[in-house]
Ligand binder design. Structure first.
Ligand code: JFZ
Length: 315
């Protein structure tokens, strides 16, 4: 549907937020720096689920203020905001009835950040998008497939369709029903999803959120409204379809104590102009820490982009 795509395409610039209980270890486990993306620490360090899940008991981000996050996005000139409702660790960062492994029921925090973010986005007229990891889930013994949890579970015993019925579909229904109008669904890691599951997810989004676009990382031969390019990838030809590049602001997505390679503001502005001038959207990431605060570097980056936009504005 042209209108749905056009509204999303017109938004041009979005803020991606990677946040979860992986923000507590933030790249360090048992005193060791675990190489790679901080949100992959459970997989990279083969942390037993019992230990990783215990992180939830100390997740209490009292500094979290959805309005601050959304204001940061809005002041930077972003028009949409994408939140990791459930990343690959399978821990729901929203209130889920389908799984007790969620931020309201399993942490002392007990608040639903997604509800607060949805409210703040509505106040700022920012389009809300939701990231959902539909194939990888390291908490679920049945979520078998590439890069599944084979250190706690025996993949031979798992049945993807059981995971899909028990957890993925119910959680997708919750996300699609409980947070008002969504602008987009951001699926991730297409490999391994059975075709019928991908089609079911697509149809579910259409049924419950007819105004939302769907990115191309659903997989399983399902249709998509726009093309998610490879991360940090800026193509130099004009793609035929609506497209978006998700980009990091340092060398991780989720908050990392050892984050390096913070990108300078000038380069980020150039990237944004480059993307938009080629008809694409830029989804630029921020990784808040486990207290709910944005790192100072992130505030400086988005603040710098906003200042650049103000300077660039005529008059
Ligand atoms: C995925 C996730 O595994 C990662 O943690 C993060 O959420 C990122 C936004 O998405 O990583 C990918 C997925 C696809 C590509 C690269 C990294 N790709 O197609 O190049």
């Amino acid at each position: 549907d042209i209108q749905r795509r056009q509204e999303w395409s017109d938004a041009k610039f979005g803020v991606f937020v990677h946040w979860g209980i992986s923000s507590i270890p933030a790249g360090v486990w048992a005193g060791r720096h675990i190489a790679g993306l901080a949100e992959w620490i459970q997989f990279k360090a083969k942390i037993p689920l019992s230990e990783y899940g215990d992180l939830a008991k100390s997740f209490n981000p009292t500094g979290f203020n959805a309005r601050d996050w959304v204001r940061m996005a809005s002041e930077a000139g972003a028009k949409y905001f994408v939140y990791t409702a459930t990343h690959h660790d399978g821990f729901a960062m929203f209130h889920s009835e389908a799984s007790a492994y969620n931020v309201v029921d399993a942490t002392p925090f007990g608040r639903d950040p997604l509800a607060e973010i949805a409210q703040a986005c509505a106040e700022h007229e920012i389009m809300l998008g939701i990231y959902y990891s539909q194939t990888i889930d390291w908490e679920d013994p049945d979520a078998v497939g590439p890069q599944c949890n084979d250190w706690d579970f025996d993949p031979a015993q798992g049945d993807f369709h059981r995971y899909w019925r028990r957890k993925a579909v119910p959680q997708l229904r919750e996300i699609l029903s409980n947070y008002g109008d969504l602008g987009l669904l951001w699926f991730d890691m297409p490999s391994g999803i059975p075709e019928e599951c991908a089609h079911e997810a697509f149809d579910l989004v259409r049924e419950l959120q007819p105004g939302a676009v769907i990115n191309s990382r659903l997989g399983g031969g399902a249709d998509a409204d726009y093309n998610s390019m490879d991360d940090n990838y800026f193509n130099n030809v004009l793609p035929a379809r609506y497209w978006e590049t998700a980009a990091t602001t340092n060398d991780s997505w989720a908050y990392s104590q050892r984050a390096a390679g913070w990108k300078p503001v000038a380069g980020l502005c150039e990237t944004l102009a480059y993307t938009v001038s080629r008809g694409g959207n830029l989804l630029l990431n921020a990784g808040p820490d486990a207290t709910g605060s944005m790192p100072q570097q992130t505030l400086d980056q988005f603040g710098g982009i906003g200042a650049w936009m103000d300077r660039a504005a005529p008059g």
